[in-house]
Write a protein that binds this ligand. Structure first.
Ligand code: UT7
Length: 325
């Protein structure tokens, strides 16, 4: 049985910083409310770069960080819910820009859990086929599906991209335990965006209602504080591992209160969780790989460390992976 290791990360976020104070000029909100309820201080909002460009720049960073060239990549998966176009996929556009001529490429849609879903998909494909290296990217320009007049959502989200490179290895498998789930019924009522209209000569429907993000914040909050600890417990149990041996839990960065509540339920210190939601807000599928890339950049994780990735969001979906780097 082949093993798979994650050998490198990279990230890229737009330079344009939008602070809570900036948002006070757009909607009826306050810096104090946003910080107290979410922990978010600022987010990056694109002023021109699309999802493909963010994904491409994050991929370049990841390739550079592991001294690989575009020709070394055999598979590209991009997790996004905010693509620039329906077709070609973001992954194909990135493949073309990078010149990864040997790589198959496709997008995967699982909202905020999308990067973790993509890691599981890529590692399974590497084990099952003759492909040797995969580039997995989470990239979002959520700013284009946000209703900037809705204070209950527009203060929460940001744009960005993160990337990881997975490689077939002769060593033991780096993906130690996994879990992934969905609840489509609950997803219909709690988190919806990007609805397209069915308006043809053959069928006339009412205008699509949910082009922009709508969210039942309290419902999603309750869901998140339940599944985040349960992902961690399931991964540890499946791996026969104890939390003390985990260097970091890297959660989806939705809200500091969710992470803090999860750490209370798991009886671990807050700093077991890596948090950067204060700087980027919620970047959906990009949040976990941006956090991973930052951890590596800061020298906080190294080869051999065990970490847990845990994500939850639209769909509803939730997923996790216990990884040895
Ligand atoms: O990536 C995936 C998913 N998303 C999440 O994980 C988000 C999960 N949910 C949350 O993080 C929280 O529910 C929110 C941060 C979205 C909201 O926090 P909350 O403590 O659940 O607030 P709330 O929705 O219960 O609203 C409390 C009050 C309301 O006013 P009233 O009815 O008490 O007068 C809201 O109208 O806060 C008001 N409010 C705001 N006030 C100032 C809502 N948004 C804002 C705002 N600024 N931006």
């Amino acid at each position: 049985m082949k093993g798979v290791r994650i050998v490198g990360f990279g990230h890229y976020c737009p330079e344009n910083i939008v602070t809570n104070k900036d948002l006070e000029n757009i909607v009826d909100t306050s810096d104090d409310w946003i910080i107290k309820r979410t922990g978010i201080k600022e987010r990056r909002i694109s002023n021109g770069e699309g999802t493909v460009e963010l994904a491409y720049k994050a991929a370049l960073e990841a390739l550079k960080n592991c001294n690989l060239s575009s020709e070394d990549i055999d598979l590209i998966i991009v997790s996004t819910i905010s693509p620039d176009r329906m077709m070609p996929s973001t992954a194909c556009s990135v493949q073309g820009l990078l010149g990864c001529n040997n790589a198959a490429a496709f997008d995967l849609s699982a909202a905020c859990s999308g990067f973790v879903y993509s890691i599981l998909t890529a590692s399974s494909l590497l084990k099952a086929t003759d492909k040797k290296r995969a580039l997995v990217i989470g990239a979002e320009t959520l700013s284009k599906i946000i209703d900037w007049s809705d204070r209950s959502t527009c203060v929460l989200f940001g744009d960005g991209a993160g990337a990881a490179i997975l490689e077939v290895s002769d060593e033991e498998d780096g993906i130690i335990s996994t879990c992934f789930y969905a609840d489509g019924k609950q997803g219909e009522t709690s988190l919806v965006a990007g609805e397209l209209e069915l308006n043809t000569p053959f069928a006339k429907e009412a205008m699509a209602e949910n082009m922009y993000m709508t969210m039942n914040g309290r419902e999603v909050f309750r869901f998140a504080v339940t599944v985040l600890p349960s992902i961690v417990n399931e991964l540890l149990e499946k791996a026969g591992e104890s939390i003390e041996n985990i260097k970091y839990i890297v959660p989806h960065q939705a809200n500091y209160r969710i992470i803090s509540e999860a750490s209370r339920r798991l009886r671990v210190k807050d700093d077991k969780f890596y948090v950067n939601v204060d700087k980027y807000g919620n970047t959906s599928g990009a949040s976990v790989p941006i956090a991973l890339s930052e951890l590596l950049e800061k020298g906080l994780i190294k080869r051999g460390d065990k970490i847990i990735l845990a994500a939850f969001g639209g769909g509803l979906t939730w997923a996790g992976a216990l990884i040895k780097l």
